[in-house]
Design a protein around this ligand. Structure first.
Ligand SMILES: [Zn+2]
Length: 153
C-alpha cells in the first residue's frame, strides 16, 4: 500500500484524503501552530499518520530535482522534505502547491492535488499567498500573516 506524504497545506483545509498510510516530515508538523491544524494532525495520527525524516541523500536528490525543474528558489525546506520523504518511501505527494508538484513529478512521484477535491466539495475563492490556507474573505492570513488573494479558476 502506498504511503501518502502530506504537505502542510493539507492540515489547513477541510478536505479528506483517502488511504490508511500517511507520513509527514517533522518540518511539516512544526509548521502546524494553528489549533485546527493541530487537531487535524491528531485525527490523522489515528488514521495511520506518522512522522519520518528523509535522509540527507534523499534531500539532496529533491534539491537537485527542484534545481532542474527551476523550482528551487520558491520551495521551502519543508517542501523539499516532503519531496524527499516521498522519494524515500516510494510514496505519493498530497499538495496543491504548483512548484512542489512540479518538482515531485520531475522525480516520477505521483501527485494528488487537493484543489480538485476542494472544487467538488466546496468552492474556495481566497487563498493565502504564504501558507496556502483557504479563507472565506480577502485580507491577511491568521496563520502566517501573509496576504490572502482571490483565486481565479
Ligand atoms: Zn497563511
Amino acid at each position: 500500500m502506498t504511503v501518502k506524504i502530506l504537505d502542510s497545506s493539507f492540515f489547513f483545509v477541510d478536505i479528506p484524503v483517502e488511504g490508511n498510510s500517511f507520513a509527514v516530515p517533522s518540518s511539516v508538523k512544526s509548521e502546524l501552530k494553528d489549533l485546527l491544524a493541530k487537531s487535524k494532525f491528531d485525527a490523522m495520527e489515528e488514521k495511520g499518520l506518522f512522522v519520518a525524516e528523509p535522509s540527507k541523500n534523499s534531500r539532496k536528490k529533491a534539491e537537485a530535482a527542484a534545481e532542474k525543474s527551476g523550482d528551487l528558489g520558491v520551495l521551502s525546506q519543508t517542501d523539499l522534505d516532503v519531496v524527499a520523504l516521498a522519494l524515500e518511501t516510494g510514496g505519493e505527494v498530497v499538495t496543491d502547491d504548483y512548484a512542489l508538484s512540479n518538482t515531485a513529478q520531475t522525480l516520477g512521484i505521483t501527485v494528488i492535488p487537493l484543489q480538485q477535491r476542494a472544487a467538488k466539495k466546496r468552492k474556495w475563492k481566497f487563498k493565502c499567498t504564504g501558507c496556502g490556507k483557504y479563507h472565506d474573505s480577502p485580507g491577511f492570513c491568521d496563520v502566517c500573516g501573509a496576504e490572502i488573494k482571490r483565486m481565479f479558476k
